[in-house]
Design a protein around this ligand. Sequence first.
Ligand code: FES
Ligand code: FES
Length: 159
Amino acid sequence: MNISFNLNGSATNLEVAPGESLLQALRASRVFSVKLGCETGDCGSCTVLLDGQPVNSCMVVAARVNGSHVTTMEGLLGDDLMIRLQTELVEHGAVQCGYCIPGLLISLYALVKQGPSCGGEIDEEVIRHALTGNLCRCTGYVKPVEAARAVVAAMEVPK
Ligand code: FES
Ligand code: FES
């Protein structure tokens, strides 16, 4: 079937097979920031924004995004907040093998952009909760969390 959706700001038409996942469809379209990991919804390496919300693209049937907005790292490369997150991750030494990083960045981006779903401030606990779906075998999460806290602290308006 043919689907029409907005991919990273551009109207996009794709021919997808019944049951094909959004992850498969994106990678077949050369959107390679979306990583293939577990394909069971457990690792978060395939995280994208679907209508602004982070989702595991391996668990989304591609046909479901017809008429929606899908955003991947490729669509956020010039975004100020994403640049700040990327810079802090690098400066904190939070990028090792890098396989988890695009998905992890998408989750952090959604958190900082939208705030916690329960309201309140973005503290360490909230950041760790936002990353529970993004497995990282290398960093132990300490450095990514520190990097996210640095971004949030820099955005806070002094009282
Ligand atoms: S590949 Fe999608 S959650 Fe692991
Ligand atoms: S940096 Fe290697 S899995 Fe996260």
